[in-house]
Design a binder for this molecule. Structure first.
Ligand code: ADQ
Length: 459
């Protein structure tokens, strides 16, 4: 085991003293336990001169936090452009939305080079570096070019693309060497690992046993570490805030179907709304009132595809509510604000059904949060897309094809009619699955794998 510090690099960095949110809390705890440094983007836009000043120390205890700033041009090219208009659609199988711009690609690599210099200024021999997500695919390569021999791990929170989509990435020839510069490439699911191995095999990598790979003079490992949540914490929050649903003022007997997502075209929201409309129009008992409460705060609104999805949703909501609504009932309630996590936990608990129907998703934590928040004596039902990473673990959910509104509509009907015994059985199996790989397991098992003895001889 290395005695060095843990250095975490992620796109955004929590600035508050006691951060909230599963991933952020888990990394915060890992850093608290081991001591270390967290480096991330402040979110501020600055001049080129100011950006060159380097890292800013954020007052914090008991580990260090440093932020760096982006210029407006870097924000456009690195964040909005290459990360979110090229890599994000490609990795979510939406090559139709792909924006290819060689200037964005250049800026993305340039930002990674600059961040590498900043990180290298902080790292000491023996430190272990853990880099997060698609914003920093070339970062280890840049760090190696600066001569760093430290252990460097990567975790990709989104799916690894299919080999059939990858030719759409102009920089695909660089990707193998970006990946090979890490010691451990962590992915969410077995499906992602299989996609990554296919890609590497096709690019002259030699596959050794158990996900170990040899490429030129580098040896590295690819493995899945399905991310989890703080199960106990979420259960407690849901119990304490069990009355959150009262704010909704549902009428007696009204059923609650929930959706909670960042507003993103990968989440399958138009298909979900259409499915809910279809369920309502075909429900066997028209007296049954089921309301879809969709919470979807906008994100990345400066990217064109995100503006379109917002308009599309508003139009479907208007149509379904216009056709199906009554004087005292609005079938789809669509809320665009962020909700405090405790309130969210309480709302999940009130939900009879949760619709998690992405067209592609690395894992999807909402599915796990909904399960943890349920009252085991009277649990709600999770409807889950085959295409969420979580589907590999949460087999006891009602699985649907999110592209087929009729399939999802049928599942809503089945879920709302499900017997208590079946709901309890499914919930028990789902709880077992989310407990086995909770967020503590995720950080521990990843870091343990990253700290296995060096195979690259310090290179
Ligand atoms: P996301 O695409 O953001 O994450 P998800 O895993 O569902 O997707 O995480 C969203 C988080 O935001 C959840 O914890 C949820 O509770 C919270 N959230 C959503 N809407 C909210 C609202 N209105 N108010 C408050 N909180 C809200 C990416 C990948 C996922 C992967 C995660 C973690 O796309 O596939 O599971 O990273 O690796």
């Amino acid at each position: 085991m290395s005695e060095g510090r843990l250095i975490v690099v992620s796109n955004r960095i929590p600035t508050e003293e006691a951060p909230s949110g599963g991933l952020v809390v888990a990394l915060h705890e890992a850093l608290q336990a081991r001591g270390g440094v967290w480096i991330g983007n402040s979110g501020a836009r600055v001049s080129a001169e100011e950006a060159e000043r380097g890292l800013t120390r954020i007052a914090s205890q008991p580990y260090e936090r440093y932020s760096f700033d982006l210029t407006e041009q870097e924000h456009q090219g690195f964040y909005l452009g290459y990360a979110n208009a090229t890599l994000w659609p490609l990795f979510h199988h939406r090559t139709d939305l792909l924006e290819v711009d060689s200037e964005d690609a250049r800026i993305y690599q340039e930002v990674n080079r600059r961040v590498a210099r900043l990180v290298a200024g902080v790292v000491r021999p023996g430190d272990v570096i853990w880099i997060h997500d698609y914003h920093f695919l070339p970062l280890a390569k840049e760090l190696r070019d600066l001569g760093l021999g430290n252990r460097i791990g990567f975790f990709l929170h989104i799916p690894f693309p299919n080999s059939s989509d990858l030719p759409a990435l102009s920089e695909r020839k660089l990707l193998p060497s970006w990946l090979a510069a890490f010691d451990l490439v962590g992915l969410q699911t077995r499906r992602d690992v299989s996609n990554a191995l296919d890609f590497l095999r096709a690019n002259d990598a030699e596959l050794l046993l158990e996900g170990r790979i040899k490429m030129g003079d580098r040896r590295f490992e690819v493995a899945s570490f399905p991310i989890g949540i703080d199960v106990e914490g979420f259960m407690k929050a849901a119990e304490t805030h069990a009355d959150a649903g009262e704010h909704l003022r549902l009428s007696p007997g009204e059923r609650l179907v929930l959706g909670v997502d960042r507003l993103d075209y990968s989440k399958g929201l138009p298909q979900r709304f259409a499915a809910f409309g279809e369920y309502l129009s075909q429900r066997p008992d028209p007296q049954v009132r089921a309301t879809l409460l969709q919470i979807a705060p906008p994100s990345r609104e400066d990217v064109e595809a995100y503006k379109e999805i917002r308009q599309e949703l508003e139009s479907i909501t208007g149509r379904v509510n216009g056709e199906m609504g009554e004087l005292d009932w609005t079938p789809i309630r669509y809320i665009r604000r962020n909700i405090p996590r405790e309130t969210l936990a309480g709302l999940y608990r009130r939900g009879d059904v949760c619709l998690v129907t992405p067209l592609a998703d690395g894992m999807n934590l909402v599915a796990k949060e909904f399960v943890a928040a349920q009252d085991p004596a009277d649990p709600g039902v999770l409807i889950l897309s085959h295409f969420a990473g979580a589907a590999e673990q949460l087999e006891a959910a009602l699985m649907v094809n999110p592209y087929d509104p009729s399939d999802t509509a049928k599942a809503i009907e089945v879920a709302l009619a499900m017997s208590l015994a079946e709901r309890q059985d499914r919930h028990g199996a789902l709880m077992k699955a989310i407990r086995e790989t909770d967020i503590g397991w995720w950080t521990d098992s990843y870091l343990k794998a990253l700290q296995k003895p060096l195979e690259n001889g310090g290179k």
